[in-house]
Design a binder for this molecule. Structure first.
Ligand SMILES: *Cc1c(COP(=O)(O)O)cnc(C)c1O
Length: 399
């Protein structure tokens, strides 16, 4: 007899394009746990890939979505809706950059908007269009953001990619300087690389990029799609450095699972886009915006920025214990609750062993097991998860 999970997976395989190889079929979530359709409970240390910073189905977020869904679910951008307007004002306030916001529906779209804004400004300022991005970075799957993603494994088969990108080495300011030329208009980077291996930028590098942008009249663009919304212990990861970007992008965690993306500018670039120069049918959707306002409320009310730092330190400590014990575990790195465990070998094997114990985690490039637990994580949850990891490592490394 097959389980409900097996039945649905069978149907999934026949009806959905095989862009993923999923294992669990999820039915519900609450806080830091999810339940599959057969009732099995799992700790979700993926947060739906960096989405559920306030946990699954936070009551305040659920209430905000339900309430807004009964009032107005869409307005088009030919009209104003109040939740999106309030959210834009709130993001500007949290950023402290004094600029403005453009809403869209995903991380790739937010980065696409940032690239378009930079090009639009560059076209009027020296005919410049090239964007320098970092090797092992990740910016999305549309053609332009794929071209911005300097990783062969996801570009393969999609030639010709849009032109106008140059690549440099992350945390190597001389490499970035060498990639800048008379066509360059912007430098784009993740303050903490996510997919590429959970690698934080060094303070020196962030400051170097800012100084280079000032020197060459370039925009500094931070992709905060994964590291933003409190994940690293500040609202936006760039705030953990002594620099200010010109533009930054948000998506994943902004509305706790309701699709939403945002481009936030400083004052200088707030009015580069003009009427009809960029658009999105669903951008600033009132249900998503209501969810996002609730997310911000929860992060503030439950002091989740501090919690991300505290729990991140505990998680890193626990992982360091395993690194000290097993030769095949090399290093712990990350910021706040964006944590990577560097392994000698295939991180997939470890993620699968975790899964067998009831813990969901992710892999990342460069042989990394990636942990993105909800910021509402409690100490006893972490203790349970650490026990699961311990059993999983025993299985993998044979004790
Ligand atoms: C996930 C991610 C994206 C792409 O976001 P989508 O919503 O999948 O389009 C872009 N940049 C970073 C840093 C990401 O982690």
């Amino acid at each position: 007899m097959s389980t409900k999970s097996e039945e649905i997976l069978e149907q999934y395989k026949s009806a959905m394009m095989p862009t993923y190889a999923p294992s669990a079929v999820l039915a519900s979530g609450k806080g830091v746990t999810v339940r599959d359709v057969d009732g099995l409970s799992l700790y979700d240390f993926t947060s739906g890939i960096g989405v559920h910073n306030v946990g699954h189905c936070h009551p305040k977020v659920v209430k905000a979505i339900q309430s807004q869904a009964g009032k107005l679910t869409h307005s088009s951008n030919l009209f104003v809706n109040e939740p999106a307007t309030k959210l834009a004002a709130k993001l500007v306030e949290l950023s402290g950059l004094g600029g403005k916001v453009f809403f869209c529906n995903s991380g790739a779209e937010a980065n696409e908007a940032a690239i378009k804004l930079a090009r639009k400004w560059g076209s009027a300022n020296g005919g410049r269009y090239e964007v320098v991005t970092m090797r092992s970075g990740f910016h999305g799957r549309t053609l332009a953001t794929l071209a911005a993603t300097a990783q062969a494994w996801c570009q393969e088969g999609y030639d010709p990619l849009p032109v106008g990108f140059a690549y440099a080495d992350f945390n190597d300011i001389e490499s970035v300087r060498a990639a800048v030329n008379e066509r360059t208009v912007a430098i784009m980077l993740e303050p903490v690389q996510g997919e590429g291996g959970v690698t934080p930028a060094t303070e020196e590098f962030m400051k170097g990029v800012r100084a280079l942008c000032d020197e060459k009249n370039l925009l500094m663009i931070c992709d905060e799609v994964q590291c933003g919304m409190g994940r690293t212990g500040t609202w936006f990861a760039w705030q953990g450095y002594d620099v200010k970007p010109d533009l930054f992008t948000l998506a994943k965690a902004i509305a706790d699972g309701i699709p939403m993306g945002a481009l936030v500018s400083n004052a200088k670039f707030a009015d580069v886009f003009t009427v009809s120069s960029h658009a999105s049918t669903f951008g600033g959707n009132p249900v998503a915006a209501a969810a996002a306002l609730a997310v911000i409320d929860v992060i503030e009310g439950e002091k989740l920025l501090d919690r991300a730092v505290e729990m991140g330190n505990l998680l890193k400590e626990a992982l360091q214990g395993f690194v000290d014990k097993y030769d095949k575990l090399l290093e712990v790195r990350g910021k706040g609750l964006m944590v990577g465990l560097v392994v000698d070998g295939d991180p997939k094997e470890i993620v699968e062993a975790f899964r067998a114990q009831g813990l969901l985690a992710l892999t990342a490039g460069g042989g990394v097991v990636r942990f993105l637990p909800p910021l509402v994580l409690q100490e006893d949850d972490l203790e349970d998860a650490t026990d699961m990891m311990s059993d999983a490592f025993d299985c993998v490394f044979g004790e």
